[in-house]
Design a binder for this molecule. Structure first.
Ligand code: NIG
Ligand code: FE
Length: 393
């Protein structure tokens, strides 16, 4: 007896395939079953096919499509306040870098997040979690990095854990006000006070000449790696092949952003087995024009991932559907490649490729019913108002 059967799925988009990140033409194969039935038992996929079985509960998808829940592999969802005023300033001509240099940007969110109670942060994060779910996202990687002191980074981590998100420690997101001009002292604090006390799966660094230069990024990544943490790096958002060089050197799990990565950087990532995570909504929201070269990365045989980068500064969206649209229209990824990048490849980038990201027997039954009859409608109907019906095991 099954616990649940989802019937009348016009397309059951399984993403079934080899048990590893998908590259090249594999990214176009979504393992679609027409008029499929999804059978679930004990919170896991029992079968994804066309066979019906006895089930305690039946959901009639009524000809809509069923996808694995989106896996959002790069977000900063725990923050107080927002930066709508900065958004307006940028539209009037100020740049992201100028705003940051004047004490705004990440540091302004840090001031507000430090001042917020854990309960206040939980309340705002729960609101955004509703948005994630209604967009069909069932797994969220979440970074700290708006605390930048041991106490407030730990506060953020507790919220991330309470939400069931995958925790990434990003103490090296920015230099806090009290350490301006003393970057090496701040790096010492990250290495000696924060790293030994934070319980997170990944450690991330914002590696840019004006934020954490290569030398300081290396010190932090080496210390995190020595503690057994896996690594993610904010790389090449503004400077060509600068962060990717460091990510490759440390065999980071992912290198994220990559707006300015060239073929050399891509080849470095390929040789270190580092997965590229592209964040087109941050390019869009900052009003910039240079998107990562997804076609080149796919051509180089890299298993591309796309994510929202949800944060109050550069990417105020939780919508993976918006990211799918941008991936297609701005980075010329096909709809199928974009779906692979936001599900199974994203799952592998979080070391969970055997648990989530596809609807195959034994996997967690995280899925979403989207109100359309063909997967290509997801990136095509831009900003559709109808929410997905999302199930998380
Ligand atoms: O991924 N690049 C650095 N960090 C974030 C932005 C965070 C913020 O502006 O608050 C990003 O874009
Ligand atoms: Fe980010």
């Amino acid at each position: 007896m099954m616990d649940l059967a989802v019937i009348n799925c016009r397309q059951l988009v399984t993403l079934a395939g080899p048990a590893r990140p998908r590259t090249g033409l594999e990214m176009r194969d979504l393992g679609i079953i027409d008029n499929g039935i999804l059978l679930i038992k004990d919170g896991r996929v029992a079968e994804a096919g066309t066979r019906m079985a006895d089930a305690k509960e039946v959901i009639d998808a009524q000809g809509r499509i069923v996808l694995p829940g989106f896996v959002d592999a790069h977000t900063h969802p725990v923050f107080a306040g927002n930066r709508a005023a900065e958004f307006e300033k940028r539209i009037e001509g100020a740049t992201y870098a100028e705003i940051a240099a004047a004490g705004g940007g990440i540091r302004s969110t840090v001031r507000q997040t430090r001042a917020a109670t854990e309960e206040e942060l939980l309340t705002s994060t729960r609101k955004y979690q509703e948005w994630f779910l209604s967009g069909g996202t069932t797994t969220v990687e979440a970074k700290t990095g708006y605390g930048l002191s041991l106490e407030s980074e730990l506060k953020m981590l507790r919220v991330i854990r309470a939400m069931g998100y995958i925790p990434t420690f990003l103490g090296a997101h920015e230099i806090p006000d009290e350490y301006r001009g003393r970057i090496d002292h701040y790096v010492d604090l990250v290495i000696h006070e924060m790293l030994p006390n934070v319980d997170a799966e990944f450690c991330d660094v914002f590696c840019e000449p004006t934020v954490f230069p290569q030398e300081q990024s290396r010190r932090i990544l080496a210390a995190a790696k020595a503690r057994g943490m896996n690594l993610r790096v904010h790389a090449d958002q503004f400077t060509p092949d600068y962060g990717t060089a460091v990510a490759a050197e440390f065999q980071a799990t992912t290198a994220d952003h990559l707006e300015h990565t060239t073929r050399d950087g891509a080849q470095a990532l390929k040789s270190s087995g580092t997965i590229p995570v592209l964040l087109p909504a941050s390019v869009y929201s900052l009003g910039l024009k240079k998107y990562p070269n997804a076609r080149m990365l796919i051509e180089e045989g890299l298993p591309v991932v796309i994510a929202t980068d949800f944060n109050p500064g550069s990417s105020p969206t939780t919508s993976m559907l918006m990211v799918l649209s941008l991936a297609c229209t701005q980075m010329r990824m096909t709809p199928a490649e974009a779906i692979t990048a936001s599900t199974i490849n994203a799952a592998w980038s979080l070391n969970r490729g055997n648990q989530i990201g596809s609807l195959e027997p034994g996997k967690q039954a995280d899925f979403a019913i989207h109100n359309c009859s063909d997967y290509r409608e997801l990136p095509y109907f831009l900003s559709r108002p109808d929410p997905a019906k999302t199930h998380k095991a």
